[in-house]
Design a protein. Structure first.
Lengths: 814, 750
């Protein structure tokens, strides 16, 4: 337990004045305040902003004053309107990259018009960008399939821009997935993912991704501790201490190629505290990294086992620990082969004893349950905000270094890591409000903005002179916040965005699931002003970064060089020139090398036999930004949007027979989808049998896992037994009124007894040798597979066959 | 606007005094109030003119800015919805602010909403597909709203999937996809849905003629058709339980032409359907009497039924009207008297003449009322409130023309900086179109002022102000990411009445009570062989159960119910690296099923930032390896030394003091709320109710800490006291929000 004397020391540092006097003053001011608000009006005037006269009738021409009056705008609203409205001849200034949270991608909007421009697909397939729909992009996703599990989503959390000399260099962006510890590299030439890397020792992560000042590394910290070797250990307090671990990975990054290099990366082993966010030191603190943590109680809950929940045990101490790591020194020792020799699942681990031995890791007490740890632009100060402490704590890097040099430690934690006393490292603390979370820096020296979750506001304060400067309200429950280049050596000031978690009462209601609310705040003037409410329509951004467009735009691509594989960004081996199109059949595979030019596809038709593999390499010969073509094989679930110049491969097994339209949609013209050819799959009995058996297997599996139940209305209108008929997949082979893959079931109950049908459905194998069944097997080239029908459902199926037959006969005799 | 004499300095002074040592809850309450009093002091030091000059805005821009800017908390007049083409999702946005409110997964899986990632929606999508596989995408372009008497009723939206031949019904109570069905007859459908005037049917046309039988690949046997999906409606306020019934749906066989955009008759042409058809270089408008067709004998197929073309022709229910030139769009006028065909010369066909010629194939002249020359590359027409007025987009001429489709007169036109294609007016496709706004899609979508983001660009549409009679003004340029947009529809905001929570334990896809729902205190883990069912609950900030242990190879289902009643208190859930995700809005029950085929330790957690302690909303799934011989989890509670016990006792006593202080602050907030009659304001009342809910939940923790304290179990007493304090914090969090909101409401009243 952390000693009380330390807290008393902090309290002493906060000047004490007569509380009562202030309280009474404030109370009397409250009345005035209420009056003032009534005049100021920040309420909901827009709510009335409907039509005048008859709803929907034309309003006629309105003057500026008419509109302001009709829409109930006040002076601040008009100012905000002209600050954000951006006509087509005026440039938006900056772009943001947000983590999309559980939507598994990265939303992006521009500033100040706050228009959404992009969702960069990261962990989730996205048909609009084609991500996961070509072999090239699906293989990229596959690299993130942990232990072979097909993971088609992610929980993206903290994006980072690559840096040179502590400022954005406009080349790369990285992002982590909290749910499945993976990191992704995005190229800012085309805003597309190029690399997927699994963290092989974590089970979850949170505090990624933070670049070091020259993109030497980026940091990814663990979240929920788990055994590094990914093995099972019974959950006991002893085992939890012994096997569960946290950590921070320093991913080696090649800033020229935009590649993460696992072999030269290393992970600091941390105690099983729950690590959270990180930040890399810069300028003065270059070479160091800072990672905070909560649940340093090393507690696990168990409501059903009689233990209080995680939330109680994980916040019971007064302080948690800031982890201070020396990556520069670690790198030298690692290169020299002195540390990091322990390799777990391919990851080099710097063990806790190694860190202690070489002085690579220290702990400093930090405010209870912290969230953000943010190094200031000069690297001299580090601010930590703890959501269960109303103060933001400012640490001074010099002081930390001095304590380390003087070996001024107050002791060690249970894992032997030296703890620097708080008073030795702290510059001071400021009461910023209830639930402070994250800090972002202004261009003004010493000015920082902290998001205050419970109070729903931003506190502007001076971290050098330790005083509050101003408050900006936000709606509601602000999480992260971002200022313009706010995490670099050169913050630009001007804009701040509050990432609010709740949007109650802010927008048109769209059902129980609300959008998030990002509020743009103008911080150019002395007093920050809220100027725009942006609903974030999908996902839940956790963190946003904002960059000046001039930093990256010069390298932007509007079209790829013809024949580009967009994942490798080099010429695809399958690139095909006009006139060189061809079809090659090797064994069971039909390989097509084709082109798309002005919406025309060569070759246009694909003819295969059912069961063959089709590999379709197409090259979009278009070279202008308007040459986007969506290639679709209708009712075959195959599609890929070809960007100008791109070569990509669509691969599939022609499992279903039939003829299917091939259409091309010229995305940049209003022409509807044009029919360009046909996929013709000629029927093959064996392949059809394989298909039916595979379908049967899927259906059996579904039934084992969970039976589908439609809504009551649908159920009521089904014939009795119809749901079972569909759920057991009988329709894959049987129709009423004609034979299909199996015999016609019309009037089957007249040909077979109920008893026979019951036996046949439950155990078809028992009758395979009967002469009549053998004859049918010859005819249909397929024996009825055992559908593992539940005995209680058999009679329902028989009842359905009777009812359906009667219905069909009745309709036919109309 | 009166300006109070507080200077910013004074305000800062007051705040900083408040910030000095005191109880933190009291401080925050006061600071919020002091801040609120300051809002009006932030009056314009900057002028509008100066900002305009600095940013290069014109007076026209200023007018556009105030027309579209939405003040805080303001409501847009209309909801617009648009399909995202091959993205397979629906976008909901507001007019005139043109801000996007929501993406809804319809044909493509979308993990934020758990769509295609939880069991309920995964099965919904799987069973929509004859191959029992979740299709990976859809192609949806022209949506429809449900109608009553030809007017939008705000209950459902429909989409047709041109990619995998499916139809979808969405409930506008919660903006979720409720039903996706596969068209088992047509392989290729046009990505447009239309409804009949009382939503008896949602109609889906075929697009390219194809053989209907998969074993046949001979194109000479190609056929086409139009599917009439029967909609059965049952609904009351906030419960939209209507569904499409496959069993009563049917397809009308059509000539083997390529079918295209279509519209349903109303008023004078009720019972009719009109659409474009292409064959052999010729363009037709077909007119189908679907009411008549519905009464004809249907040929059953296993999963559906159809009316053969011969029978339709014989009954005189179909006419093919040959057009003089190609056309792009057909729309029925609001009164149903005319069928307006978008072409360079817009043709106004007379519905009465078409009816009298029904059954005969005729040339357009026979049914033509008027022809209006518009310009080059006309893509679309739409109607507004004004009588007999329509708007046509001349793509190649970069202009939109306003004209009278009855007398053929052009009124005015607007020259644009882009090439307009698809057009939308609010309620424009209903029997009662509104006016003032026109949305025009710009397919080229190349905006020079936007920061570039590689070859994949957002779609673009413009808001055009048509409120004046002789002027149309391009007002706002909206970008739509991850969307390949075509036709929009828009509805008056107040027509849609969304819910904010579900009755506890609802399967949102069926709208019915889930058999897997769990109530607080009755969470359980059931095992049958290798099948493990976890019936759990979610609430700020814990998941019950927090520890689940299974064997490798077990099939595990987490059936979770969100117990929250508070608006916007959504929880998410995932088990690390198992690939499933669910979104649990207040009241919802959903299930995640997977095979625990990897042994080890797997944290699970809430994926929503649901409270200050959302990171602590976690748990652990332990998967024992196959053949593991050790027993189950050992005793988790260790023995404490005397010293440890004493330390916990001290902690406990300290915590009690904090609880007392916090309680006092909460009481003062409650006093304020009561004194000012919070119950009169629904939003505030909902927040206060939630705050009390949180405190009530704390009672269980209170009983426990008192009990353990009595028994001298100081560690347990301390932890449960901490848990009680957490409930206090949550109550205070919501209470402060309520107080802030109440302050705003009171201020507004004065």
């Amino acid at each position: 337990m952390y000693k009380n004397s330390k807290l008393n020391w902090i309290m002493k540092n906060i000047k004490n004045k007569s509380w009562l006097r202030i309280l009474s003053a404030a109370m009397s001011l409250m009345l005035v305040a209420l009056f003032a608000i009534s005049c100021g009006g920040n309420g909901e005037k827009g709510k009335k902003g409907g039509a005048t006269g008859d709803i929907g009738a034309p309003r006629g021409k309105e003057s500026f004053q008419d509109i302001v009056k009709r829409r109930g705008l006040n002076e601040d609203d008009v100012l905000a309107a002209v600050k954000t409205y951006t006509p087509d001849n005026v440039k938006d200034e900056a772009i943001t990259a947000n983590s999309g949270g559980q939507e598994g991608n990265m939303p992006s909007y521009v500033v100040p018009s706050m228009r959404m421009v992009k969702y960069i697909p990261i962990n989730t397939r996205q048909p609009y960008a084609g991500y996961g729909y070509s072999e090239e992009t699906y293989n990229l996703m596959k690299k993130g399939f942990i232990d072979g599990t097909q993971i088609l989503w992610g929980d993206t959390h903290h994006p980072g821009f690559s840096e040179t000399n502590g400022d954005y260099n406009g080349k790369w962006m990285v992002i982590n997935d909290k749910a499945n510890p993976r990191v992704y590299v995005v190229n800012l030439k085309d805003w597309y993912v190029k690399q997927t890397v699994q963290n092989p020792i974590f089970r979850s992560d949170h505090g990624g991704c933070f670049f070091t000042p020259n993109s030497e590394y980026f940091m990814e910290a663990c979240q929920y501790p788990a055994p590094f070797d990914r093995k099972y250990y019974p959950l006991t307090e002893a085992n939890y201490h012994k096997y569960w671990r946290g950590g921070v990975t320093y991913w080696k990054f090649d800033d020229d190629k935009g590649k993460v290099d696992l072999k030269n990366s290393f992970t600091f082993e941390f105690p099983p505290y729950t690590q959270d966010l990180s930040d890399a030191g810069k300028a003065k603190s270059y070479g160091w990294g800072f990672t905070n943590s909560f649940c340093s109680e090393v507690y696990f809950g168990g409501i059903m086992q009689g233990r209080p929940p995680f939330e109680a045990g994980c916040s019971s101490r007064d302080v948690d620990y800031l982890h201070v790591t020396n990556w520069k020194k670690a790198e030298e020792l690692f290169k020299a082969g002195k540390i990091g020799k322990k390799v777990i699942n391919g990851m080099h681990v710097i063990t806790i004893p190694e860190s202690i031995k070489y002085g690579l890791l220290y702990l400093i007490p930090e405010p209870k349950s912290p969230h953000g740890v943010d190094v200031n632009p000069t690297g001299e100060y580090i601010i930590v905000a703890g959501k269960l402490d109303s103060h933001a704590w400012v640490y001074k890097f010099d002081k930390i270094m001095k304590a380390i040099k003087d070996k001024n430690f107050e002791g060690k934690d249970d894992y032997g890591i030296p703890i620097i006393p708080l008073e030795a490292a702290l510059h001071g603390s400021v009461e910023v409000g209830l639930g402070p979370l994250h800090n972002q820096y202004d261009s003004r020296d010493g000015v920082v903005y902290t998001s205050i979750y419970v109070d729903s506001r931003v506190t502007k304060w001076d971290y050098k002179n330790l005083k509050v400067l101003d408050y900006v309200p936000s709606h509601y429950n602000i999480g992260h916040l971002v200022s313009y280049h706010g995490d670099t050596k050169k913050p630009k000031g001007k804009y701040l965005i509050a990432l609010n978690k709740l949007s109650i009462d802010r927008f048109n209601p769209v059902g129980p699931l609300h959008p998030q609310n990002h509020q743009l705040i103008d911080i150019a003037a002395e007093h920050p002003k809220l100027i725009y409410d942006l609903p974030l329509p999908m996902g839940e951004p956790h963190y946003t970064i904002m960059m000046d467009r001039n930093y990256y735009e010069k390298n932007n691509l509007e079209a790829y060089p013809v024949g580009t594989d967009i994942v490798t960004m080099s010429k695809s081996p399958y690139a095909t020139e006009a006139g060189a199109e061809k079809v090659e059949t090797k064994g069971n595979t039909v390989e097509v090398f084709g082109t798309i030019k002005d919406g025309k596809v060569t070759p246009a038709d694909i003819n295969v036999k059912q069961g063959q593999d089709v590999v379709l390499h197409l090259t979009n010969l278009g070279t202008t930004p308007f040459d986007h073509y969506v290639y679709e094989i209708v009712s075959y679930d195959k599609m890929y949007p070809y960007a100008p110049g791109e070569t990509a491969t669509i691969k599939f097994n022609a499992e279903k027979a039939g003829v299917y339209p091939i259409v091309v949609d010229s995305q940049n013209s209003p022409k509807k989808r044009q029919l360009v050819g046909h996929l013709t799959v000629s029927f093959d009995q064996k392949a059809e049998n394989d298909r039916v058996l595979a379908l049967t297997k899927r259906i059996n599996w579904d039934n084992k896992v969970q039976a589908f139940k439609p809504s009551a209305i649908e159920l009521k209108n089904m014939l009795p037994g119809e749901m079972e008929f569909l759920n057991y997949g009988c329709n894959a082979c049987h129709k009423f009124g004609e034979p299909f893959n199996g015999p016609d079931l019309l009037m089957v109950h007249k040909r077979r007894s109920d008893k026979w049908l019951r036996e046949w459905i439950l155990n078809p194998e028992s009758k395979y040798k009967d002469a009549d069944i053998e004859a049918l097997r010859q005819q249909f080239k397929l024996a009825m597979p055992n559908q593992h029908v539940d005995p209680k459902d058999v009679d329902k199926l028989i009842k359905y066959m009777k009812a359906k037959s009667e219905q069909v006969v009745k309709e036919m005799s109309k | 606007m009166k300006i109070i004499i507080f200077t910013a300095e004074l305000k800062a002074k007051i705040i900083s005094s408040i910030m000095r040592k005191s109880n933190w809850l009291t401080q925050s309450v006061l600071v919020v109030l002091v801040f609120l009093m300051g809002i009006s002091t932030l009056a314009a030091q900057e002028t509008v003119d100066a900002v305009m000059k600095a940013r290069g805005l014109s007076d026209k821009d200023k007018i556009a800015a105030v027309k579209t800017f939405m003040p805080r908390g303001g409501r847009d007049e209309y909801f617009g919805i648009v399909g995202t083409g091959n993205s397979g999702t629906m976008i909901v946005y507001g007019i005139p602010s043109m801000r996007i409110y929501k993406y809804v997964g319809v044909f493509t899986p979308e993990p934020w909403q758990g769509f295609g990632f939880d069991d309920e929606s995964s099965l919904l999508l799987k069973k929509s597909n004859p191959d029992d596989i979740i299709p990976t995408y859809g192609d949806m372009r022209f949506p429809a709203f449900s109608e009553t008497n030809g007017k939008y009723d705000g209950k459902y939206a429909f989409f047709s999937d041109g990619a995998n031949a499916r139809i979808a019904l969405l409930g506008l109570d919660d903006f979720e996809t409720k039903q996706v069905l596969s068209n088992t007859i047509l392989k290729s459908v046009f990505p447009e849905a239309v409804v009949t005037p009382n939503t008896e049917y949602v109609v889906q046309s075929g697009q390219f003629p194809m053989p209907w039988d998969n074993k046949v690949t001979d194109m000479a046997k190609a056929k086409n058709g139009i599917t009439f999906w029967k909609v059965h409606r049952i609904e009351k306020e906030g419960e939209h339980k209507g569904r499409i019934l496959k069993e009563e749906s049917f397809t009308v066989e059509m000539p083997a032409y390529t079918l295209d955009y279509n519209d349903i008759g109303k008023g004078a042409s009720d019972g009719m359907m009109f659409g474009l058809a292409f064959n052999g270089g010729k363009t037709y408008v077909y007119a189908l009497d679907y009411k008549k067709a519905a009464g004809l004998k249907k040929v059953p197929t296993t999963l559906s039924q159809f009316v053969p073309l011969d029978a339709v022709k014989k009954a005189g229910a179909l006419s093919m009207i040959e057009l003089p030139a190609s056309a792009n769009m057909v729309k029925v006028s609001p009164d149903g008297k005319y069928v307006v065909v978008a072409a360079d010369n817009v043709l106004t066909l007379d519905a009465a003449k078409i009816k009298s010629n029904l059954g005969k194939d005729v040339k357009a002249d026979a049914v033509l009322h008027k022809s209006t020359a518009i310009g080059k590359g006309v893509v679309d027409v739409t109607f507004d409130y004004r009588k007999n007025i329509a708007y046509a987009s001349a793509h190649d001429d970069s202009k939109i023309v306003r004209f009278n489709y009855v007398d053929g007169k052009k009124m005015d036109e607007v020259k644009l900086d882009f090439k307009p294609s698809y057009l939308t007016t609010p309620q424009g496709l209903s029997a009662a179109p509104h006016s003032n706004y026109l949305i025009a899609v710009d397919k080229e979508a190349y905006l020079k002022n936007l920061p570039k983001t590689g070859p994949v660009r957002p779609s673009v549409q413009h808001l055009i102000d048509i409120s004046a009679d002789n002027e149309m003004v391009d007002t706002y340029t909206m970008t739509l990411p991850q969307a390949n947009v075509y036709g929009n529809i828009a509805i008056l905001r107040t027509t849609i009445k969304p819910i904010i929570r579900y009755p506890t334990g609802t399967n949102s896809r069926t709208g019915e009570a889930s058999p897997f729902r769990a109530v607080a205190g009755q969470e359980k883990i059931e095992r049958q062989g290798n099948r493990v069912h976890v019936f759990g609950t979610l609430i700020r900030s814990h998941i019950t159960p927090e520890i689940v242990e299974v064997n490798e190879g077990d099939i595990v289902s987490f059936h979770l119910t969100n117990l929250e009643r508070a608006e916007d208190e959504t929880h998410g859930f995932t088990v690390d690296t198992y690939g499933k995700h669910g979104s649990f809005e207040p009241g919802k029950t959903a299930s995640l099923t997977f095979v625990a085929n990897k042994a080890g330790v797997f944290p699970y957690y809430c994926t929503e930032f649901c409270s200050a302690l959302h990171l602590e909303m976690e748990g652990i799934l332990l998967v024992r390896p196959k053949g593991y011989k050790g027993g189950p989890a050992g005793a988790v509670n260790e023995k404490l030394t005397k010293e440890q016990l004493a330390a916990y006792k001290k902690d406990y006593e300290k915590k009690l003091k904090v609880i007392k202080q916090t309680g006092d602050v909460i009481n003062s907030v409650v006093d304020y709320l009561k004194k000012n009659h919070f119950e009169k304001y629904p939003y505030v009342k909902a927040l206060v109710d939630d705050a009390f809910d949180q405190l009530n939940k704390g009672k269980m923790a209170e009983e426990k800490y008192k009990k353990y304290a009595k028994e001298g179990k100081w560690k347990d007493a301390f932890l449960w006291a901490e848990q009680y304090f957490q409930y206090q914090v949550k109550a205070a969090d919501v209470g402060l929000r309520a107080k802030k909101l109440l302050g705003e409401k009171l201020a507004k009243e004065q």
